[in-house]
Design a binder for this molecule. Structure first.
Ligand SMILES: [Zn+2]
Length: 247
């Protein structure tokens, strides 16, 4: 997969997923919305999803690139960590520190803190720890021969994927639901396709595809909008005022 298609460094948001498609499933609507508002979004996939029952690392790379185009990411990289065996190791932490220092995001979006796939919770902690370490002056890193400066994102929010985790807040994605589904369906080998001859998996069912819309609709019902995506936060959020809250 292309390392990055634009020579950008500073971004507003860095979305990180254990597998290609995690970001689209968990926060694709939010990313589409932020990009439409002019924010810069970079995405880092930790593994190639090579243990997935359907597709291969190559098909998934193509699908991830297609989804990135549909959503308008400024960059997308894959760290090629070991699918199924993510570890909160010093080596993996430092690889993510380099990405955080490269993209300098204000906000990092990471996997759900608890989920069906064990890599998701591991990625949640791994990314969270890397965000802290990235701010430490005495941790020195180099990327492409250049010394990097410390950078600590202001917030880490965890998107929700398989399990129904109660969100701390939701983002209204009413105008971006179609774009989210389209980006998810870019992963042709992974999700519902009545013509596919590949083995069935829990995420390849029609039910799963429909649940994406159902969950967004239900979070919307509870919050007073048409569709929403939910997030959990690691620290208490303070708002400057009540503007922006949908009443
Ligand atoms: Zn995943």
């Amino acid at each position: 997969m292309a390392v990055s298609y634009l020579c950008i460094m500073k971004t507003d948001i860095l979305a990180i997923g254990a597998h290609p498609d995690d970001v689209e499933l968990g926060c694709g609507g939010t990313l589409a919305k932020l990009i439409s508002e002019g924010k810069k979004v970079a995405v880092v996939d930790l593994t190639q999803g090579e243990l997935g029952t359907r597709g291969t690392n190559l098909t998934r790379a193509e699908e991830a690139a297609h989804a990135a185009e549909l959503l308008g990411f400024s960059a997308r990289e894959n760290l090629k960590m070991k699918d199924g065996f993510l570890l909160n190791s010093g080596d993996y932490q430092m690889q993510i520190v380099k990405m955080i220092r490269k993209y300098k995001p204000e906000i990092v979006l990471a996997n759900a803190i608890d989920d069906r796939h064990p890599d998701h919770a591991k990625a949640a902690k791994l990314v969270s720890d890397a965000c802290f370490l990235s701010g430490l002056v005495k941790i020195e890193t180099e990327l492409d021969g250049e010394i990097q400066q410390p950078w600590r994102p202001k917030h880490i929010f965890h998107y929700i994927q398989w399990r129904n985790i109660e969100p701390d807040f939701v983002i209204d994605i009413s105008d971006f639901m179609d774009q989210k589904i389209e980006a998810c369906l870019a992963y042709k080998t992974q999700f519902y396709d009545p013509k596919s001859t590949e083995p069935m998996t829990p995420i390849a069912t029609k039910d799963f595809l429909e649940s994406l819309t159902y969950r967004a609709q239900d979070l919307g019902r509870l919050s007073g909008v048409a569709f929403a995506e939910g997030f959990t936060t690691e620290k208490l959020l303070a708002f400057k005022n009540f503007e922006g809250i949908i009443l």
